[in-house]
Design a protein around this ligand. Structure first.
Ligand code: CS2
Length: 488
């Protein structure tokens, strides 16, 4: 079969880009080229290019590994975006110009970011990719920050790269670009701005600091589209829909949402034509999405894994478990203020999205990096709920499920492999723990941003200890059944 390319296959059911690629230069450099950006920013940008034109194609930068570049570059950046629910649709996306990767990636990325054509640098590098601690400070223990502070001319991390590229632009007399974070962090733009400024000041001094502070913009944004990891079934499906071999195809759901603060210092695509909502302050949208969708996701991932459910949809097809998901959504919704959106309808829509039978979203994928995800998803709404006097049990259950997951043993009775940047510290701390109280204290000592004192003491702490105990004694499946019958 012929490899996918810009050349449309007329007989296939997929749609090819409805614009002439060569007429559009690249104006965006995107750091982190996983499945999510291919289902989100690139999809929006592709639709705007078709409707409005402009020099807004995207140069992708893959900072870790060459696999994504090896699949996309031979396809001239093209890939199939497959939208799946009761029906299946496929579009070949042309917005990606090329992918930079490999040993010279920092140098090549720097050149692209410091070129006059670049007006936006966007990012999807996951929560752990930034080097920003959950309280929004530059994280001096993050490996990329440690390296880049000593080697600022050859950075390997995103903050080091952004700072050096902005410095080059200042020196060349070019205007700065907008830095657009598209990761599930609260106040993502604001935090990134603060960290970039701290790094710039520490390494390059006051001049660059003030130039960035006064000229660059860092809008916060809320991003949403459930996008599972691709599999061999994705490649097979793409071949059926395009008649081409495509090793970069992505499967996603029909729903998509993007809310961005409209602060772009160097222009932007007319993304509103593709459905983006531009707002002054994204906080309330962010709270809704991070606490409801992502919070429920984390809860169902840990409790799902411990009750033998490999996929999100498997959780939703267990009525007891689905009821706990709904309770979690209601508790999280109670902490979301300042939106005119009907949160009950939003909750029902989420439950439906989680149940999508055509999307195979694995609980293992969501369970990774809990230490990076839980502060904004569970801890923040839990603390607010304690202060406001609302329903705390769903949050206690989520944290208990994570704790029980952390101490799960593999088949040989050894601690399971944890996919989390703090796995080693966590496992060291958990080594000699037996009781739920010891487990909670050990984890709280490593991650006070997930388990601050207010969640380990008082009524919440007691509830947390009891639930961990019960899960460990009776097993997660039995616990879920009993918990569903509690009626609160
Ligand atoms: C998920 C998110 O993996 C995870 O932690 O909760 O990737 C989620 O699917 C997206 O944020 C949906 O927009």
């Amino acid at each position: 079969m012929t490899r996918l390319s810009a050349q449309a296959n007329q007989g296939a059911s997929a749609r090819w880009p409805a614009y002439t690629l060569e007429n559009h230069g690249a104006g965006i450099v995107h750091l982190g080229l996983g499945n999510f950006v291919r289902a989100h920013l690139l999809d929006y940008t592709d639709r705007v290019l078709a409707q409005k034109g402009g020099d807004w194609r995207v140069i992708g930068v893959s900072l870790r590994g060459t696999a994504v570049a090896e699949s996309l570059n031979p396809q001239q950046g093209h890939y199939t975006l497959i939208t799946r629910s009761a029906s299946t649709e496929a579009r070949v996306i042309g917005a990606l110009e090329r992918v930079l990767a490999g040993p010279d990636v920092s140098c090549d990325a720097m050149e692209a970011m410091a070129s006059p054509a670049c007006r936006i640098v966007s990012l999807t590098v996951t929560e752990k990719g930034y080097g920003i601690s959950s309280n929004g400070q530059l994280d001096h223990n993050h490996p990329a920050i440690v390296f880049d502070l000593v080697n600022p001319q050859t950075p390997m991390g995103v903050i080091g790269l952004i700072v050096l590229a902005l410095k080059r632009r200042m020196e060349k007399g070019l205007p700065p670009f907008t830095v657009l974070s598209c990761d599930n962090l609260s106040h993502n733009g604001q935090k990134l701005r603060k960290a970039v400024l701290a790094f710039a000041k520490e390494v390059h001094g006051e001049g660059l600091f003030s130039w960035i502070a006064n000229n660059a913009s860092f809008p916060s944004s809320m991003v949403d589209r459930i996008t599972p990891a691709s599999s061999s079934a994705t490649v097979k499906l793409a071949a059926e829909l395009t008649g081409r071999e495509d090793y970069a195809a992505v499967e996603t759901e029909p729903f998509s949402q993007w809310v961005i603060e409209d602060q772009f210092c160097a222009g932007r695509p007319e993304w509103e034509c593709a459905g983006v909502l531009f707002v002054e302050d994204v906080t309330a949208y962010e709270n809704m999405k991070l606490r409801m969708l992502n919070g429920a996701h984390s809860m169902l991932a840990y409790s799902g894994l411990l009750s033998g459910k490999a996929l999100v949809r498997d959780v939703m097809s267990d009525p007891d478990h689905a009821l706990l998901v709904k309770r979690h959504l209601a508790a999280a919704a109670a902490t979301v203020k300042g939106l005119s959106i009907d949160l009950d309808s939003y909750s029902s829509a989420l439950a439906e999205r989680f149940s999508n039978p055509a999307i195979a979203h694995s609980t293992t994928q969501i369970a990774m990096d809990g230490t990076q995800k839980l502060p904004q998803r569970i801890t923040a709404p839990a603390l607010e709920t304690i202060a406001a006097g609302g329903s705390i049990r769903p949050f206690a259950f989520s944290l208990a499920a994570w704790l029980a997951y952390l101490v799960t043993k593999d088949r040989d009775g050894n601690p399971q492999t944890l996919n989390d940047p703090r796995a080693t510290e966590l496992q060291r701390a958990l080594r000699n723990t037996a009781t739920s109280d010891e487990v909670i204290r050990a984890v709280a000592a490593v991650c006070p941003d997930v388990l601050p004192e207010k969640l380990t003491e008082g009524i919440f702490g007691t509830m947390l200890r009891e639930i961990v105990n019960e899960i460990q004694t009776e097993g997660m499946a039995a616990f879920i059944k009993r918990e569903a019958q509690r009626g609160d």
